[in-house]
Ligand binder design. Structure first.
Ligand SMILES: Cc1cc2nc3c(=O)[nH]c(=O)nc-3n(C[C@H](O)[C@H](O)[C@H](O)COP(=O)(O)OP(=O)(O)OC[C@H]3O[C@@H](n4cnc5c(N)ncnc54)[C@H](O)[C@@H]3O)c2cc1C
Ligand code: FES
Ligand code: FES
Length: 486
């Protein structure tokens, strides 16, 4: 396999494909500017830019190098801090951090420079015209940097440094070539000249479903990997690397999102960032729930790699999308060889981290109804951004003559798998929402789930917070909007 690392074209051997990108950069390429902080995707110190063809141009996305396997970024333009350093001349992002005192010990700074760079490159060159542009801009900056922890400078100077970049011409080819050290034309020429990737059996990266079928035939025991934001942790935290991977992330058919009637067909390899872009302006109640939930999943770096398919397939009880998918009655399309089957997500989970997936079977599409019923979603975690749920609650309901005629409640972090609260749902039918009582909701909820106590929350807290949230939604938010406390 090949890669364009900064301005150098390199071959990657089969043995190197399964190792973390960060180790390869620091130890084998001797590029030490990319730092290791946590080694778990949490701190952002290892942020690099991964450039791929997208919608007619090269799109550079910020990615955590510590949990990305090298094979996953082959055939890309990889830009690291060593690559953008140009002697004594600072890049505008670096100069802004100096000017606004955005660095103290400096350990987080390489990652912050790269995350800020990604935001800067992807921000259209629209001049700001009003105060609301400024606050929108600030929100975007905070989102772009939410995966980068700084323990000593404090975030205010860093955010001010990013905001100061606004008067520059943002985005555009001139800016890109300054940042990545090559002109867009040079990168494009390189990427289009790369031969079809060789297919090492231990890390296959098919580009089409036909190639995927061949890859599975050639290595039936291989582990599927999409964004690798769960599987990468195995490598860095448990020092466990699988014998062979089949990377689903570049299979064209699995990367598509389309709307058919009132159903979104989401390819399983669609990343959170792509889904966020797709639904950002949709006004349906269910889309607004997604708009609320997606920014709360991981960080920008995690959302640039993590996929909906991986979040469902890992069968974690604290995965954040299943509660909403359960409440919206999503369906899954599963593919094994030439066999396709469709089933409701409610029938997918069979136990703690277990599902109905057979060996060699993968999730191809997720079919998500677009709903204008009342839709509410809340993720309860210790930190607002880049944190795992203690509980996640999704509610979809409808009223007829002021009484609840339909109701589905998806729960995460409350049982061994994501579940629907079936007893509670049944008990709520025919009730008038404003007359509901929190104690009664809590009692019904206890019939559905017996959550665990762990470092994130006690069982009692989990039950109480779910009951409180549901009571609040039913009794306080009768207006036509996606509700929830934050
Ligand atoms: C720092 C950090 C923060 C995180 N924050 C959150 C969070 O807030 N909320 C949350 O829910 N999760 C979070 N996660 C977990 C992770 O990002 C998500 O679960 C993500 O959706 C996993 O998707 P992936 O494509 O990266 O999965 P991968 O790691 O590629 O795969 C995960 C599992 O799914 C299987 N798999 C992947 N795709 C398919 C498919 N199409 N068909 C069959 N099997 C498949 C793989 O074999 C593997 O078992 C976080 C992770 C990190 C590192
Ligand atoms: S080293 Fe902390 S996110 Fe990679
Ligand atoms: S400058 Fe020290 S951690 Fe950010």
């Amino acid at each position: 396999m090949q890669i364009l690392l900064n301005n150098q074209s390199l071959n990657i051997t089969e043995q190197q494909c399964r190792q973390p990108l960060l180790n390869w950069l620091r130890e084998q390429q001797e590029l030490p500017a990319t730092k290791e902080g946590c080694g778990a995707g949490d701190c952002g110190a290892c942020t690099v830019l991964v450039g791929r063809w997208q919608a007619g141009k090269i799109h550079y996305a910020a990615v955590n190098a510590c949990i990305a396997l090298l094979g996953s970024v082959s055939q890309c333009h990889l830009v690291t801090l060593d690559g953008i350093n140009q002697g004594d001349t600072l890049q505008p992002v670096q100069q802004a951090l100096v000017d606004f005192h955005g660095s103290q010990c400096g350990f987080c700074t390489p990652g912050i420079v790269m995350a800020m760079m990604a935001w800067w490159l992807n921000t259209p060159a629209n001049p700001m015209q009003s105060p609301s542009d400024l606050s929108r801009h600030r929100h975007d900056i905070e989102e772009a940097l939410s995966g980068n922890l700084c323990r000593c400078t404090g975030y205010h100077p860093i955010l001010k440094a990013a905001a100061s970049l606004a008067p520059f011409t943002l985005g555009g080819e001139a800016c890109e070539s300054t940042v990545v050290g090559l002109s867009t034309r040079e990168v494009t020429t390189y990427l289009s000249s790369i031969d079809e990737p060789a297919k090492p059996l231990s890390y296959q990266q098919p580009l089409t479903e036909q190639q995927l079928a061949l890859a599975i035939d050639a290595a039936p025991e291989a582990t599927f990997i999409s964004g690798g934001t769960d599987l990468g942790l195995e490598v860095t935290q448990q020092l466990y690397t699988r014998e062979a991977y089949i990377d689903l992330s570049q299979v064209t058919q699995l990367q598509q999102i389309k709307r058919q009637d009132d159903v979104l067909h989401i390819g399983s390899a669609v990343t959170y960032s792509q889904l966020q872009d797709y639904i950002q302006t949709d006004v349906a109640q269910s889309s607004r729930a997604w708009q609320k939930l997606l920014p709360l999943i991981g960080s920008r770096q995690v959302r640039n790699k993590g996929t909906l398919g991986g979040n469902i397939a890992n069968a974690s009880p604290i995965a954040d999308t299943p509660p909403l998918l359960l409440a919206l009655q999503a369906q899954l399309i599963l593919q094994a060889g030439t066999q396709t089957r469709q089933l409701p997500i409610a029938e997918f989970y069979t136990g703690y981290r277990q599902s109905v997936l057979a060996p060699g079977e993968y999730i191809r599409d997720i079919l998500v109804p677009i709903s204008d019923q009342q839709v509410h979603i809340e993720k309860i975690s210790k930190r607002y951004e880049d944190d795992i749920s203690a509980a996640c609650i999704a509610l979809v309901y409808e009223l007829v003559d002021d009484q609840i005629s339909q109701c589905r409640i998806g729960l995460g972090g409350m049982a061994a798998t994501p579940v629907l609260a079936k007893h509670l749902q049944a008990a709520l039918l025919g009730k008038v929402p404003t007359e509901l009582d929190g104690e009664q909701i809590l009692a019904w909820l206890r019939e559905d789930v017996t959550p665990m106590s762990d470092v994130r929350a006690s069982a009692d807290y989990r039950l109480q917070v779910c009951a409180n949230m549901l009571t609040h939604w039913f009794t306080q938010t009768q207006s036509n909007q996606v509700g929830g406390l934050t």
